[in-house]
Ligand binder design. Sequence first.
Ligand code: FAD
Length: 458
Amino acid sequence: MNRREWLAFLALLPLMGSARALAPKVEAARGVRFVALGDAEYAGTRGGFAKRVMRQPALLALCSEVDGVRRALEVAAESGLKVGIRSGGHCFEGHGLIDGGMLIDLSAMNAVSVANERAVIGPGAKLGGVYQQLGAAGRLLPAGSCAGVGVAGLALGGGYGFFARQYGLTSDHLVGLDLITSDGRHLRAEGDDELLVACRGGGNGHFGVVTKFEFQTQRLPSRFASFRWRFRQLDVPRARALAERFCGLAADLPRTCYGSFVLNGRTLTVLVTDFADQMSPALAKRLAEFGRDATETPAPREDGLLPGIQRFSGGTTPMYFKNFSAGYYADWADLARGFDPLAAIVLERKPTSILQINTLGSAIADRSVKSVYAHRKALFLGEFQVYWNTPAQAAAALALAASARTEIERHWTAHYANYPNDEFRGAAEAYYGNQLGRLQALKKKLDPDRRFQEASAI
Ligand SMILES: Cc1cc2nc3c(=O)[nH]c(=O)nc-3n(C[C@H](O)[C@H](O)[C@H](O)COP(=O)(O)OP(=O)(O)OC[C@H]3O[C@@H](n4cnc5c(N)ncnc54)[C@H](O)[C@@H]3O)c2cc1C
């Protein structure tokens, strides 16, 4: 345990006493098992993907059925505990973890089924399994690429990836859900019900526990191709020129394509993927032109869809990192306003960090689904990332992340709710824009006692 962790542990000692005192009152009930702070099982069950987050709930409620969720909420109300929620556990800031509160863990509620082009998905399901299970039925839910990410958190905050420019966001496919409120009511939302509209981009941990999702799916494409270029030993002017070139390429990409610009220290990797049934000659020409002076051009890969996306599934073991939105950009001119100082942090400062710019636009901008997602017109989304291996390296990495955040806030005020940073000024406005008032009104109605009170609370 390092000094930071030791101090966090000391601060929580009084809570450990009360959690133990609470334990006899909260024996397992149908569909839920409770683990209190201080129990042997606690340490191995508490954390999610963001290993840095040390917050310690007094009680973990491991739910396997809807009745268990209801019982957990009863216990929270009886004991005055604030409640956080965890489904896939991939929140960058570990928002489900509330010091001294209750964590409702839904990872065991992970069933996936599909009939008549509609998928019914439990909140604990993760993207890797969802792609496989829907794919076996010839269907696709457009979502992100990392296998360990939960469908729940992803869809409730938006959800973009390889397929979003053709089909829209994951949340645009949400056609129904079941939710348990803090006082145990079971709400069903469908059509354009205010709750469903709010959960299309603004539902993360605010209104209640979503226990079932229903999504309209798409036909499974048959092909997935990827193209990469690497540019090494960059300085700021060269990185800037390549960023402008990337934005120009993005404007020409067909809707079946996704692109990312990943500046990792002094090396830039550009990735373009395509799931059209066949390669268009115009795209081949455009890509060749883009990569004309790359340091390396690895051979393109072409697969069936499921093996193709599996190559981007990433790891699922918890990591030390601080990742967050680096802003939405309307176009290159918007990104150009703050590009140089941000790129300079990545290119010139230690520890090594990453600036990633992802393509949006097309169907994200022009699908007419009622939702609270407030950033449809942005053509690009930035993400800042820094990783480390041991607690001793945390301070330097977090200091670097803080200077990147300061730089980002100087130029861009809109951010992706699913790439949160708890230090953002005016975070809720940044995530929800002009939809925030609407979300707050619904919060007041469904959770008047503010039982759901994660760090991202509205
Ligand atoms: C490695 C990695 C890759 C990623 N890739 C992408 C990507 O390609 N595209 C993209 O759009 N995003 C991506 N993200 C961001 C991702 O969308 C968010 O981290 C998302 O919140 C994760 O959902 P989760 O269920 O795993 O997280 P959790 O930590 O379980 O939950 C996240 C938030 O959602 C709320 N929530 C979860 N379940 C429920 C529920 N059942 N009812 C109500 N509220 C709930 C929680 O309260 C919490 O605030 C990525 C994140 C990581 C770590």
